[in-house]
Design a protein around this ligand. Sequence first.
Ligand code: XMP
Length: 523
Amino acid sequence: MTQHDRLLIIDFGSQVTQLIARRLRELNVYCEIHPFQNVTDAFLAEFRPRAVIFSGGPDSVTREGSPRPPASVYELGVPILGICYGQQVMMQDLGGKVDGGKISGGGGTAEFGRAFVTPADERLPLLDGWFSGGREQVWMSHGDHVSRIAPGFKVYGTSPNAPFAITADPERNFFAVQFHPEVHHTPNGKALYANFVRLAGFRGDWTMGAYRAEAVARIREQVGDRKVICGLSGGVDSSVAAVLIHEAIGDQLTCVFVDHGLLRLGEADEVVGMFRDHYNIPLIHADEQDLFLGELEGVSDPEVKRKTIGKLFIDVFQKHANAIEGAEFLAQGTLYPDVIESVSFSGGPSVTIKSHHNVGGLPEKMGLKLVEPLRELFKDEVRALGRELGLPDKFIGRHPFPGPGLAIRCPGEITRDKLEILRKADAVYIDQIRKHGLYDEIWQAFVAILPVRTVGVMGDGRTYDYACALRAVTSVDGMTADYYPFTHDFLGETATRIINEVEGINRVTYDITSKPPGTIEWE
Ligand code: XMP
């Protein structure tokens, strides 16, 4: 197996450390984030990075016991880039001086937000492509500041509040910047990372083609001739994991797709058709609609709905998994953001490990070992891998769909009638969005059927039917969201279509709540 060039990001607790990894992955550079506590001399010797980046962080290097890398990092002979707190760490470690700002009680100048950096006379290869317009916008977020740079370093860029905005020791390829080049508000930040990895000699060998071949080899080695089961939700992650594993071990993989009766129009057929007919992957299609909808009868409390569905899902999955003789592994579509060990935001020494939330609780109960071939990937890399594996674009680009499905888009009691109406209305709405070319601009769009009926008039008759709400949001990660600003023409046309085409709905509203204070789903 090829050994990729590896870049090490030492995490000092910045809220945007993950973005550094994102920028590097976009440059086809393989990198890993490790909390500073874990980076020891032995770790560095084993990891053998081709370059190192020190992240930002909330602490102050003027505080005794503040986070530091091991001194041996400076002896590796590889380029180092220090960002914000990372810059201050470098300066302090290498003989410069840092003064406390407002946050650490030093009274100096703190600086948060947009700033403009202007270049020094001498050029630095790290800044190729910078300053063509004379100055560059950058994003600052620091309390402390460097008051004296370390021996060997020179200044290559300044801002009004940061005389040492960009410094470097070109002899050793040590670079230190006060701002955050990884964030959106430093528009030319990507060029800085591109220059850094070029100077470090990275070959850009982290491609999805290479990843696919290596992942296949790794799965074969792990699984041998034993069997794997995989719960399919119809979402992108579990689908890509299943297709990849199937490529590695063929029919040793069996997928279980649980249809809880809360799927969208045609969804079960689409998933089953794709996996069974197109990919020839052994698939158990567990039609458990009666079980789920039966248990949900009369339930209107959102939490009870979620818990009921979660428990039944595990029961059903387990029942089918038990029937697969010799299954020793469970496949999960766990992604890198779920497994990164990041320094907690509080800046304390404790390490936060995000808990897996894919098929939570299953593995231990079932005594199965895990196969998680997407553990090193970000969401958009999973999509790229899906394309590499030949999954249809339409499938890969689908909006997220929650595990509890339509149950949480049907406030109040769930009935088969309401679900039927909801499915049809949702299909018309999504069709409208696709026809207007808006699907990819929107993070998630769906219809919720409301637990009220309203009076209307159609033709010469009176109607008394359900009202529904359209929801469409933009978001980066689902944690915060804005409602999508459709035109009135679009909304009017969509409302007319839904009312004309879907029997049972006579009123359409548009939900203009952002998150927070709302959530994306209605329950
Ligand atoms: P909320 O409603 O919390 O949703 O703003 C944020 C994102 O998470 C999805 N979501 C879920 N996904 N199981 C899932 O797999 C769930 O129980 C669940 N609840 C919400 C939601 O669709 C949105 O993308």
